[in-house]
Ligand binder design. Sequence first.
Ligand code: ARG
Length: 466
Amino acid sequence: MALWSGRFSGKMDPAAWYFNASIGIDQRMALEDVLGSLAWASQLAAIGVISQNEFKQMEMGLTTIQSEFENDLFDIQPGDEDIHSAVERRLYELIGETAGKLHTGRSRNDQVATDFRLWVLNHIPAICNVITQMQQSLLKRAEADFGLVFPAYTHLQRAQPVLVSHWWLSTFWALERDQQRWQAVYKNTSFLPLGSAAVAGSGFAVDRFSLAEQLGFESISQNSIDAVSDRDFAAEFLFAASMTAVHLSKLAEGVILFSTREFDYLALDDAFATGSSLMPQKKNPDVFELARGKTGSMIGLLTGLLTTLKGLPSTYDKDLQEDKAPVFAAYDYLTVVIPVLAGALDSVTLKPENMEKAIDSTMFATDLADALVREGIPFREAHGLVAKAVRTALADGIGLDQLSREKLVELGIPAKLMDKDLFSAEVSINHKNLPGGTGIQAVRKQMDQAAWCINQNKKFFGGKNE
Ligand code: ARG
């Protein structure tokens, strides 16, 4: 029987009932619903709205329900509209009429907002945990592949030589921003809506600060109208999830590209590749492709929720029931895909010979221009001189490093510069030892900094994410 059936004389159309019900989705918040009710009951008792004895009964019933959920013994009934109704129905079965006092001064509007926030707070640590796992894999790769060099690309054109470790770490820092973003979402979620009731605030002056403390919220919401309709935390959750997915997608795209015969910088392990049902020679990077592909669906979840929110008048509207499925889906996606990607990354084999071969002499053109600058030539002029040298070399079908001394003099480039071992990736890289650059020392420092961040992040949730 619905919690609100007293108002109605007729029965609800079965299809409409099914359409309206959300138990299939929100049963994932069972634990949070029970904890929220326990806290609410204790605050009702604290201000004398229910007796201590009634509270004890409720506590006994609710803890029984909690253990039923934990042990998969809770029976969802066909008449359970949502998780809140299911818990209240079961409480009646366990303790009888006293159960009818639990919902005093409370509405499902503030209840669902509270449950959902609690669920988000309880689950963000697990997401941060898998992101840390991925960061550790990237750092491990950076350490294992330290010293290897390959081309960095801009516009997907070979640009300058960099340490492969520097490339792995580029995703590390993107994920580090995600860690910070998730921590911010966590903080922004930590405001308790309970006590807002349906829209105007509860008719019973429970101590909302105690309630917040009891449930682990940092603070309380300031306006009951806003509190029952505020789903910013869910949208922020989906944005953080989308941004994380976009970062993984970019990495995946890099790995896919570099595993092609055209680049051939790395090979995927059999454990993380698939074959073709038709073409016997194929080894496909499905795991990485799926990581890239599912990112589109993830962004869809974010835009879906924002679209739901944008037309609502403030306060609770049933449209808001659409808020949970995308958040649960995003959580499920991230916690599954990230460990798979981390494992796949660990097993990738690099092909250093091919990487080295891909560094051709034109990729040192900027280094040559820098060398001219060190000789006192203004950069714009140096750029022009080297560009001319590149054109000449390309026209002659030779490398930039093969231009004759006479040619160089003719071009206005001091030939002595060419003796300075300019065309070496090692030299080029070691000119970039400023913080954030690809120089050996700079990247070592970067790796120390990365390890420090991993440790810091572990402290944020007070051990919940270890
Ligand atoms: N199942 C609902 C939801 O998820 C719970 C809140 C229902 N409130 C109401 N006034 N009908 O949003």
